[in-house]
Ligand binder design. Sequence first.
Ligand SMILES: NC(=O)C1=CN([C@@H]2O[C@H](COP(=O)(O)OP(=O)(O)OC[C@H]3O[C@@H](n4cnc5c(N)ncnc54)[C@H](O)[C@@H]3O)[C@@H](O)[C@H]2O)C=CC1
Ligand SMILES: CC(=O)[C@H](N)C(=O)O
Length: 383
Amino acid sequence: MATGRLSRTFVRMVSTGTPASSLVSPKTPMPPRAVTRLGGGAGALSSRRESHGFYKDVETRPRVLITGALGQLGPGLAQILRDRFGRDNVIMSDINKASDAVLESGPFLYADIMDMRALREICVNYEIDWLVHFGALLSAVGESNVPLAMQVNIEGVHNALEVARQYKMKLFLPSTIGAFGPDSPRDPTPDLCIQRPRTIYGVSKVHAELMGEYYHHKFGLDFRSLRYPGVISTDLPGGGTTDYALHMFHDALTTKVHHCYLRPDTRLPMMYIDDLLTATANFMQAPDRALRMRTYNIGSVDFTPEELAAEIRKYVPDLEIVYKPDHRQEIADSWPQRFSFVSAEQDWGYRPLYDLSGMCEIMIQSLLPKYKSAGRVKEEVKE
Ligand SMILES: NC(=O)C1=CN([C@@H]2O[C@H](COP(=O)(O)OP(=O)(O)OC[C@H]3O[C@@H](n4cnc5c(N)ncnc54)[C@H](O)[C@@H]3O)[C@@H](O)[C@H]2O)C=CC1
Ligand SMILES: CC(=O)[C@H](N)C(=O)O
């Protein structure tokens, strides 16, 4: 069948609500772990692992499902895991419609994390070994819709935990600097300290950390979590408090004016996406014996809006920042200013590569050609 025809069929299946587990991009039929040795046609996915004959590959080539994979972090993590475990062993899923680029890149499914039956079906039918649970509402969006944030960030986590327990999968779900609050030590914030966050996002993440650790101790679930700082990437973020930093890069290259919703001296921990995704993949692969804890802080730099602006002005000297703090200021004021990640360094060899100037350099280098080709770069930028 022609790809174009299959593609339209896929879109129709999504929009008419066909059960999640039956939706695989036909552009990317999902073969078993190692098609070459199976010798069957692509797409001849069996529900019985022994028919693949690759039991021992579970360690080195696990099959991974990523929920909420269409956000800021999912596509990048899918890419890294596909490089390590094979394209078809990493299935992206979300409740949003995937772009052509995502559909071309590997298997994609519709999966709502609130739909427990569909999650079960996917995990059984596609023999999922590792569940990466990214589906969530971030801090600013969460505050504007608390009931939905409670559903997605709390009930969704319950579903992920239960599915992972029932089918003996490894579960990774990220936590955040937002899991700390104004009573936590903020400079630096260690792994273990008082956690009394003031946002529904933070509360739900502390809940996820504690529930994951409880499932680990009670049921032996291989639960792992990293507390991420604000993530800097060329892809735009999904509604958090740290988002200003990404928008500042985009505004610098286009309008040269950034309206900042935080005060100029608001310090927050941040890191570049490549460091974060590599760390996540390494942490998931780290031997269990190396982990003294199930939840670790990671990070690399911390800066304020005025420090970031000063660094970006090395490329765009006339960048103007207009400060107009809003409700997100209160959230930022309750979060860590500097993050301690010595335990991650000691236990499983965490090593970030990008400092503030390296991060700015790669962001400008990556964004500039895109904006130039779109004819949106306002004037000369120092490369
Ligand atoms: N991006 C960041 O700076 C940080 C992210 N994190 C965590 O990393 C994870 C991924 O973050 P991002 O990619 O930035 O988030 P994002 O907001 O960009 O994407 C979240 C995705 O979840 C999906 N989603 C929402 N409701 C869903 C549902 N019911 N079922 C399935 N999917 C659903 C959305 O469609 C969206 O594609 C989240 O758990 C977040 O809390 C933690 C700290 C920092
Ligand atoms: C740090 C985060 O968890 C996220 N970027 C947010 O600002 O909500």
